[in-house]
Design a protein around this ligand. Structure first.
Ligand SMILES: NC(=O)c1ccc[n+]([C@@H]2O[C@H](COP(=O)([O-])OP(=O)(O)OC[C@H]3O[C@@H](n4cnc5c(N)ncnc54)[C@H](O)[C@@H]3O)[C@@H](O)[C@H]2O)c1
Length: 259
């Protein structure tokens, strides 16, 4: 079982809603430190102060980074390792809903680039224990396409596919980094502020249970501790996260390409 104690994590989109809950859960489970990457610094100071109060000073490092600026992301990884000394967990959580190009760039492309960079460069070199972990926050619409959010659905389906492909066992044998995804159902966050009434009505009719952000943090800890590489997890109806049993058939590993 993966031991969170003494680990260091990078969390993107860390200073709002679900990101905050993820950071809280990691520190509650005795992570040594968390680098908070977010494009928005408006709430960073207040959030860090509340974490200092709860978990003790200097457990977090805020870095203002737009995840679509890959050079800045790489620089943030270096700063995180210089500051904390190790890096064990990367959580791709930042997202938006809205402009199609930005949805693909932030929700899919940045998740792929950051996972790739963490998998091949940073986690193998700087992990403290015997394995590193990448967790990509996808969505239930990454498993069941939603006609209301087709571009967001496509991005999240891409995240699920990429997670399964990068997380195949054959790769893990060469580089001990687990890659997994957590797909939450509807969560009560800012993401739905300003969403049109017809959409909210639709969700009520479907009897969607709007979960508090806390379920994602709990789910993330379960996935960290119990998940195997390439596994996809679902967190819905306020219940503990469960592994989603469907597995895409991945092509057999061409061993020469795996490094
Ligand atoms: N809220 C839900 O119902 C729900 C459901 C399923 C999955 N999710 C997923 O959970 C994750 C978090 O969602 P949320 O509801 O907390 O979102 P949110 O919009 O409330 O917060 C997103 C965070 O990402 C940051 N961010 C946005 N663009 C960025 C960029 N380019 N670079 C760096 N940071 C950026 C924002 O500043 C913010 O802190 C997302 O991946 C989302 O798709 C959310």
């Amino acid at each position: 079982m993966f031991n969170i104690e003494g680990t260091v994590a990078i969390v993107t989109g860390a200073v709002d809603s679900i990101g905050r809950d993820i950071v809280n859960s990691l520190l509650s489970n005795n992570a040594k430190g968390v680098a908070l990457l977010d494009a928005n610094d408006a709430q960073a100071e207040e959030f860090q102060a509340s974490l200092d109060k709860e978990f003790g000073a200097k457990k977090t490092l805020f870095l203002k980074v737009d995840v679509t600026d890959f050079e800045k992301v790489k620089d943030a990884f270096k700063k995180c390792v210089d500051h904390f000394g190790n890096l064990d967990i990367v959580v791709n959580n930042a997202d938006i809903i809205g402009n199609i190009e930005m949805v693909i760039k932030i929700n899919l492309l940045a998740t792929i680039q950051i996972s790739n960079f963490a998998f091949f460069d940073f986690l193998p070199k700087y992990r403290k224990g015997k394995e590193g972990v990448i967790i990509n926050i996808a969505s239930v619409v990454g498993l069941y396409p939603s006609h209301m959010l087709p571009d967001y659905s496509a991005a999240k389906q891409g995240v699920v596919a990429y997670t399964q492909a990068l997380g195949v066992n054959g790769r893990y044998e060469n580089a001990p980094v687990k890659v997994m995804a957590l797909c939450p159902g509807v969560i009560d966050t800012e993401i739905f502020v300003g969403v049109p009434e017809y959409y909210q009505q639709f969700m009520r009719e479907l009897d969607f249970i709007c979960q508090p952000p806390g379920v994602v943090g709990k789910g993330l800890i379960k996935v960290l501790k119990e998940g195997s590489t390439g596994s996809i997890w679902v967190s819905k109806k306020n219940e503990p996260a469960i592994e989603f049993k469907y597995k895409s058939k991945t092509f057999p590993i061409l061993r020469k390409l795996v490094s």
